[in-house]
Design a protein around this ligand. Structure first.
Ligand SMILES: Nc1ncnc2c1ncn2[C@@H]1O[C@H](COP(=O)(O)OP(=O)(O)OP(=O)(O)O)[C@@H](O)[C@H]1O
Ligand SMILES: [Mg+2]
Length: 237
């Protein structure tokens, strides 16, 4: 089986600063991919390049057999590769209902709009309770639910989550983790950046350590790796 996403020799950065140095990885072949690594080493930059938010300097990005390297972010979402960015990027004056409708803007997503809305409120019952409430009045955890729900409305075939539980209180974080696992069990493969190693190990079949803009270590399906070993990779050997 081929990978849904293949990144090969990706170089990207900001202005004259290069952050990713010929990075290669794949996703959508062995279940979920977990990305981890120290702060500031290029995880978000990698996800932004994959989803068309940052133009690569060189290398190729293939999704479902097509070279998407030069595509707009909008065209990439429409093709089924959907990214929930780190932090909250929602419009504060929109209601939950409006955000979800906006997520289904592509013709492909619109065809599945009603089904996907039902899935979103099944995974996040809180969103149904607060349907007309504006984003600016929601808690951080609720906003994250809206962000992920909006992405699900785009009918993803591969969903990218950048630190979905960052900064959340334990109870709401547990709710989010359970929801992410439910999304995965529902058949959408994921790429997840996550600092919570327990959660990352529970969720991912395939792990990559991103260090200095390169893949320093890959843990393939079947290879066992315990919490302590992952922690020592985080903090240096
Ligand atoms: N918009 C930007 N302009 C210039 N430099 C940036 C920009 N965004 C990120 N960088 C730099 O690129 C490098 C990689 O950042 P990136 O956000 O990809 O790291 P990360 O691994 O996601 O970190 P974290 O774990 O803190 O989220 C850092 O040195 C950062 O300062
Ligand atoms: Mg990041």
């Amino acid at each position: 089986m081929n990978s849904l996403l293949t990144v090969d020799g990706l170089t990207a950065g900001y202005g004259r600063v290069t952050v990713l140095h010929g990075l290669s990885m794949e996703a959508g072949k062995f279940g979920n991919v977990g990305l981890f690594g120290p702060n500031g080493h290029g995880k978000t930059t990698l996800l932004r390049a994959i989803s068309g938010l940052l133009k690569p300097k060189s290398g190729t990005i293939r999704f479902d057999g097509q070279d998407i390297g030069g595509w707009s972010a909008r065209a990439i979402v429409a093709s089924g590769l959907v990214h929930v960015p780190q932090g909250n990027r929602l419009f504060p004056d929109l209601s939950i209902a409006d955000c979800l409708t906006l997520g289904a803007y592509s013709p492909h997503a619109r065809a599945h709009e009603a089904d996907n809305r039902e899935k979103v409120v099944t995974i996040f019952p809180k969103l149904r309770e607060r349907w007309r409430q504006r984003v600016r009045t929601l808690s951080g955890g609720e906003r994250q639910m809206v962000s992920i729900g909006t992405a699900l409305m785009s009918h993803p075939r591969l969903l990218i989550l950048d630190e979905p539980t960052l900064g959340l209180a334990p109870k709401i974080k547990d709710e989010l983790c359970a929801a992410v696992l439910a999304i995965s069990k529902g058949g959408v493969p994921l790429i997840v950046v996550e600092q919570d190693v327990e959660f990352l190990l529970e969720l991912s079949q395939h792990l990559y350590l991103v260090n200095h803009g390169e893949i320093a270590t890959e843990i393939r399906p079947g290879q066992t790796m315990d919490h302590g070993e992952i922690m020592s990779m985080y903090f240096g050997h």
